[in-house]
Design a protein around this ligand. Sequence first.
Ligand code: SF4
Length: 182
Amino acid sequence: MTEKTIDLPALGSMAADCGFTVTAALDVATLRVMPEVRDMCASDRCGHYGRSWSCPPACGSLEEMERRIRRYSRGILVQTVGELEDSFDWEGMQETKTRHDTAFRRLWQVLLEPYPGLTALGAGCCELCSACAWPEPCRFPDRRMVSMEACGLFVSQVCRENGVKYNYGPDRIAYTSCFLLV
Ligand code: SF4
């Protein structure tokens, strides 16, 4: 592997071994940090805004996110796609989210060896601890998961511009994360 290139077949195989359904190349130029996405976080529909080190405002400013993202040019998008009984199948959604988070943490560990400087951006709030330590210091700052949305990224746009399906219809759900590698 040379600088600024990635071996997508090898990465796809690693991601599949960790449990992901889909892996695709990510052009970091398609990541656009948008204040509107942060505004959606601030509406606090998920109940985590201002209550976790992984969520705004504690996770860092959009300017910091932008500076960090611009250090990279290539990465991968990973998805976990799960079946639902119907569009109200909350248990099915939770089960798929749990599978996604497990695969995400596995792949994060695997990728740290070839890419020690990577940035991992997950889906949703960090749930490593049963209750976040906020406002006390984060218990595991090296393993704290910040989501794509918390970085101001509009996930459906990122998927679309990298050739990845986002909406799988009423009977399936997809969770999406990314790793910025080089
Ligand atoms: S590692 Fe624990 S304390 Fe740190 S952000 Fe995640 S849940 Fe909160």
